[in-house]
Design a protein around this ligand. Structure first.
Ligand SMILES: Nc1ncnc2c1ncn2[C@@H]1O[C@H](COP(=O)(O)OP(=O)(O)O)[C@@H](O)[C@H]1O
Ligand SMILES: [Mg+2]
Length: 232
């Protein structure tokens, strides 16, 4: 379980998160939706200690993100809005292996794990490709493979569909839904598109640094979305 208690966050002088309280259960699927600039990415980055609270706490499975960033990051994978930001090696399979190498896993075990993930995502054909020569959708799957190979308990996706065409959108949304349903990975999907919340069970709506709705998706209505400045 991830627990956020009385979280405030400032970039310099600007208050961007204003008293956020939120609980994300194991194996749940939560969409965080809000207009541009409402603080979604800032909130999402607190879930894996990429940002630390100015005030308040974020606790991931009993671990305070301020106290043990290494173990928090092991539990919570993060897929950036621009996958280029997280690709470090030039060959796909080397990139996917990077996190495992960092924690000292032996070479044969790494090879097996990477192969398994490539198969799971149906991207074996990308293994030897140069990451600079593949499409946006393929880059995103490579970034996801690099996260999955670490076997996280939760994965945060920051606007995963923005750079994709419809076919790749459907593919990634289907993969995310399956990771939740089949592999029981807790999903936090950040978006500003209503079409992206299709598979989520819970929805958090953000407006100007505050949570203005947090409930089952079935309880969401147009007036809340309008209040958040979203197109309905
Ligand atoms: N690195 C940063 N430094 C200063 N201000 C930032 C930074 N990142 C975001 N902000 C500001 O914080 C607010 C929320 O941004 P963000 O969390 O990226 O919102 P969203 O993801 O919902 O578009 C915006 O006003 C934005 O300009
Ligand atoms: Mg954002």
């Amino acid at each position: 379980m991830i627990q956020i208690k009385n979280l405030y966050f400032k970039y310099e002088d600007e208050l961007v998160l204003n008293n956020i309280n939120l609980r994300l259960n194991d194996s749940s699927y939560t969409a965080i939706i809000g207009a541009n600039g409402s603080g979604k990415t800032t909130l999402a980055k607190h879930l894996n200690a990429l940002l630390l609270p100015t005030k308040g706490t974020v606790i991931v499975d009993e671990i305070d993100t301020k106290k043990d960033q290494f173990n928090v990051r092991k539990n919570v994978g993060f897929i950036f809005q621009s996958p280029e930001d997280q690709l470090v090696h030039s060959i796909v399979e080397e990139d996917i292996a990077f996190g495992l190498e960092n924690i000292g896993i032996e070479t044969d075990a790494i090879k097996n794990k990477v192969r398994t993930i490539l198969r799971l995502l149906n991207i074996e054909y990308l293994a030897k490709k140069n990451v600079n020569m593949i499409s946006a959708g393929q880059k995103q799957l490579t970034a996801l493979a690099g996260v999955l190979v670490m076997e996280p308990k939760y994965i945060v996706f920051d606007e995963p569909t923005t750079t994709l065409d419809n076919k790749n959108k459907r593919n990634i949304m289907g993969i995310i839904a399956k990771l939740n349903k089949k592999d029981k990975i807790g999903i936090i999907l950040v978006t500003n598109l209503l079409s992206d919340i299709k598979y989520a069970e819970n929805v958090v709506v953000m407006g100007e640094g505050k949570i203005i709705f947090n409930d089952k998706k079935s309880k969401l209505n147009k007036s809340i979305l309008k209040k958040a400045g979203l197109d309905v």
